[in-house]
Design a protein around this ligand. Structure first.
Ligand SMILES: [Zn+2]
Length: 365
């Protein structure tokens, strides 16, 4: 029996994979795709465990040495490849140790929670060297397990050279090996990569499952859990991120931005927007907008239900005075969502955020 208990939901994917495992018909290469935080990584690890687990009955058993080592990301027959930001060290050895530190940081996050993400402030890539090393690795026999497994995270970040090098391996993976590629979508992938993998789409996690998880893990109230789940739009990873302290980044930058919009002069707002466009990644700009939506929703709940619905912190108290009605808050939420979509569709961050701030400042909806 195959039980992928570390993965929430995704029943269809689980069914396909356990069917293939039972019949001994696992593909050599899988491409798990779907938005961030829906369990692609968690499933990749579960599959790596399932093919190497020592238990006779339930795989992965989560208890044998193999399962435990894979969980801790120290199993010699599972190799992990992550996209990394540019290395800044001057010498080769500096860059090598910098790289090890980054990988360690990602691993620690993934060990503590497979749905967790380390967010970098820069564009990340998977280098051709990593792919070459992976090919050498796959050509060696397994050390402890039955299969050598390679998991490549966010394969859309493969460098041009890396993408070319990987094709041959995907065509004919050496010996007993299994490649698991994950990607947020297939649009940016070479068709030659897609056609060499078996594709499995990961769907959004239903809101009730996310809410239950948030209530259990972080002891959130039902209202707060439903609020966060709503904004996360089916990404458990994002919901966890927002619910944890890390979500404070979004909240803090959102409060700063809104304070500028309502309180301060135009110049300060423009300066802030320009610095955001230079220093934030696109994901972080989207988080800033999520943070704004959270603030508006909190104010909405407060206005609607009074102190029973929500207590406001000092920052929110100050922002509250700018809204006379629920209608205004509804419009502000709609505007934030519209700005979010525009940025997702690659409208310039400066233009989109400035337009948003003007609409808030002058209440022109
Ligand atoms: Zn096991």
């Amino acid at each position: 029996m195959y039980a992928f208990e570390k993965v929430l939901d995704q029943d269809l994917v689980k069914k396909v994979l356990s069917g293939a495992l039972e019949k001994g018909k696992l593909a050599h290469a899988y491409l798990f795709y779907g938005v961030e935080g829906v369990g692609k990584w968690a499933m990749a690890l579960e599959l790596a465990k399932a093919v190497n687990c020592e238990d006779e009955k339930t795989k992965p058993c989560q208890k044998c040495t193999t399962c435990k080592k894979i969980f801790k990301l120290v199993y010699p027959d599972v190799n992990l490849i992550f996209p990394l930001p540019p290395l800044e060290g001057k010498s080769g050895s500096q860059r090598a140790s910098e790289k090890q530190e980054l990988i360690q940081k990602i691993k620690e996050a993934k060990i503590s929670d497979p749905y967790d993400e380390v967010r970098f402030f820069k564009k990340t890539t998977i280098s051709v060297d990593d792919i070459r090393e992976m090919i050498r690795y796959l050509n060696l026999k397994p050390v402890e397990g039955r299969k050598k497994v390679v998991i490549i995270k966010e394969v859309e970040n493969l460098s041009h050279g890396g993408a070319n090098s990987i094709l041959k391996v995907l065509e004919e993976p050496p010996g007993e090996s299994l490649l698991i590629l994950t990607a947020r979508g297939v649009d940016r992938l070479l068709p030659t990569i897609i056609s060499r993998c078996q594709l499995l789409k990961f769907s959004s996690v239903p809101s009730d499952i996310i809410q239950a998880e948030l209530r259990e893990r972080f002891k959130l109230s039902s209202k707060k859990a439903s609020n966060v789940a709503n904004i996360s739009k089916g990404s458990l990873g994002k919901a966890i991120y927002l619910a944890q302290k890390k979500g404070e980044f979004a909240q803090k930058s959102a409060k700063k931005f809104l304070k500028l919009c309502y309180d301060d002069g135009l110049k300060e707002t423009i300066d802030f927007v320009e610095s955001v466009s230079k220093e934030y990644t696109k994901d972080e700009v989207l988080e800033l907008l999520d943070g704004c939506i959270l603030v508006f929703r909190d104010l909405y709940l407060f206005t609607q239900l009074g102190k029973e619905g929500k207590t406001l912190d000092e920052d929110l108290e100050k922002l509250k005075v700018f809204f006379d009605s629920l209608r205004q808050l509804e419009l502000a939420i709609r505007e934030a969502e519209r700005t979010r979509r525009a940025i997702q569709q690659n409208v310039s961050v400066v233009l989109a955020l400035l337009a948003f701030s003007f609409k808030l400042k002058y209440k022109t909806n």
